[in-house]
Design a protein around this ligand. Structure first.
Ligand SMILES: Cc1cc2nc3c(=O)[nH]c(=O)nc-3n(C[C@H](O)[C@H](O)[C@H](O)COP(=O)(O)OP(=O)(O)OC[C@H]3O[C@@H](n4cnc5c(N)ncnc54)[C@H](O)[C@@H]3O)c2cc1C
Length: 499
């Protein structure tokens, strides 16, 4: 008889885990408290404008392809990825503009022309990023470095011998101080720390793998917006026989004591007051509410350790339906702050929104015109923000909104406020309430320490046999491709152990 599993949540990690197990012949029930799939990769509509409410950029497309291939399908038959010619357009407030071209030759010539950095330094930088990716990718992304099956594998051992090459001894910002003469380039590449909710002044230089992934592996938009991804995974899961239960919260994870001291065996979940038996459970929700509410266990060593870790940053997002189009903007746009160190000091030390934040504007109607009424645009305006610890979000939002409008109005010599036809806001507290992520952290824990890559919550519980974890708060971390990889690591462990 086939094994059965309850998957908690319909975030991208959970959906991917459900797909992989169903493809391997398991009976899969997936429970999601919200009305549809996606979790943080959500969707919202406002007066004729459609917005993605979470991620906006696809990298590592091979990770998505591999998920579909595991189910015997082709990603192209479910999802269209559109390669970007300009990955991002960067603006500084003295008027300098830089286009980050996907094409390496064009990128290097733009970086040289705008910043005066030499070809030799640029080549050396990208080569260093590639070398770090070669080692760290194998060490962290494809396996859990704390599992015995990983530690004793020959490939992992070979990578471990080269671990000194991952540049974990200095911060990303220190590495960029040495790599570049141009302060603009330092700021531009420091920004990659925010891709997993960290500070470039504290995260190890190992994170140089992120620009490598973006420039060597390509950056993509999705036809229909990022929300097309959870929709496609929902469709594939259904085709494979996964039973999807939306608007259905899991209330408890059922377990009983085992003969071995301090160990438990998971045997099902409680849903709508009813106990349902399963061979295994995958928690794809944030690990903190899993322990607090579903296990009601404050003493498990994994959660005691986890609670001590610093959460990743969150975000304050404005959804603006614009009355007109802005040809000077691309799909992805960044307006850099004047004082980058102070910005991260505000987020991680003072736990407040920066006074002069870097502003990210994503406009999916540039690629999917139906996302805005004819002649208009849908602006997703994000600033990096601290997690919710009870701040006055109304006051913080009003202050940031004023700053963002002034900044873009001055740069383009327009009255931005008068161009906004429809508006809504999402604060870190809203993210927490909607997606049940602790403090509204976008990526689980930050990577603001050398040990962070080894500290994420494990994919398998040692205290609760039959309980597995995937998603952004577990290894290898948050972000779309990484949560898909967490599902791969988790389900491979389950298939090896047969629950
Ligand atoms: C504003 C924003 C911007 C982002 N930008 C990017 C980006 O540019 N690039 C990128 O790669 N990533 C980005 N991310 C992060 C990315 O969205 C997440 O890392 C990823 O989508 C998380 O997936 P997950 O599998 O961890 O599940 P989550 O999305 O965290 O979903 C967990 C789900 O579990 C459900 N759940 C919780 N408890 C229960 C329960 N008891 N019963 C049933 N269901 C439950 C929740 O309702 C939720 O739907 C962003 C996120 C946000 C919010």
């Amino acid at each position: 008889m086939s094994k059965s599993v309850a998957v908690i949540g319909a975030g991208l990690g959970s959906l991917a885990a459900a797909i992989r197990l169903a493809a391997a012949g398991w009976k899969v029930d997936l429970y999601e408290r919200l009305e549809g799939p996606g979790g943080k990769a959500g969707n919202q509509s406002l007066d004729g404008y459609r917005f993605d409410s979470g991620p906006s950029l696809v990298t590592m497309p091979w990770v998505f392809d591999a998920l579909f291939a595991a189910a015997g399908k082709r990603r192209e038959d479910y999802l269209e990825f559109i390669p970007l010619e300009i990955v991002c357009k960067y603006f500084w407030d003295d008027g300098m503009v830089l286009r980050a071209w996907a094409d390496r030759h064009k990128l290097l010539s733009e970086l040289r022309r705008t910043t005066g950095e030499s070809q030799a330094r640029l080549n050396a930088y990208f080569e260093r990023c590639r070398r770090i990716y070669d080692i760290a990718g194998e060490l962290f992304l494809e396996h859990n470095p704390r599992e015995p099956s990983t530690i004793f594998s020959a490939r992992f051992f070979k990578s471990l011998l080269r671990v000194g090459g991952i540049d974990a001894g200095r911060s990303l910002a220190e590495a960029h101080e040495q790599a570049f003469l141009s302060p603009r380039l330092r700021q531009l590449f420091n920004r990659y720390a925010t891709y997993n909710g960290s500070s470039p002044y504290r995260t190890p230089a190992t994170l140089s793998i992120i620009p490598h992934v973006e420039y060597a592996g390509g950056a993509y938009a999705v036809r229909g917006g990022i929300y097309a991804i959870p929709q496609a995974l929902d469709r594939l899961a259904r085709e494979l026989g996964v039973q999807l239960h939306y608007q259905t919260a899991v209330e408890r994870i059922l377990h009983h004591r085992e003969a071995k001291r301090g160990r438990f065996r998971v045997h099902g979940v409680t849903v709508g007051g009813a106990e349902i038996a399963y061979n295994a459970v995958i928690a794809g929700a944030d690990v903190r509410p899993v322990y607090d509410d579903l296990l009601q266990d404050q003493e498990a060593p994994d959660i005691v350790r986890y609670r001590k870790l610093e959460p990743s940053s969150s975000a304050l997002v404005f959804f603006w339906g614009m009355k007109r189009t802005f040809p000077e903007l691309e799909l992805h746009n960044i307006f850099f702050s004047r004082n980058y160190p102070d910005e991260f000091g505000a987020i991680f030390d003072r736990h407040e929104c920066p006074a002069d934040p870097t502003i990210y504007v994503n406009i999916t109607s540039k690629v999917t015109p139906g996302d805005a009424p004819a002649g208009g645009e849908n602006w997703f305006v994000l600033i990096n923000a601290p997690c919710d610890i009870g701040q006055d979000w109304e006051a913080q939002t009003a202050r940031v909104r004023r700053r963002v409008i002034t900044r873009i109005s001055e740069l383009f010599r327009i009255d931005l406020e008068s161009e906004i036809a429809a508006e809504s806001v999402m604060t870190p507290r809203d993210i927490q309430l909607r997606t049940a992520s602790h403090g509204g952290a976008l990526y689980g824990i930050s990577s603001n320490s050398r040990s962070a890559a080894f500290s994420r919550h494990p994919n398998r519980s040692r205290r609760y046999r039959g309980l597995y974890f995937c998603g952004g708060s577990t290894h290898p971390g948050g972000g779309m491709p990484l949560v898909l990889l967490s599902a791969k690591i988790t389900t491979e462990l389950m298939l090896r152990r047969q629950a």
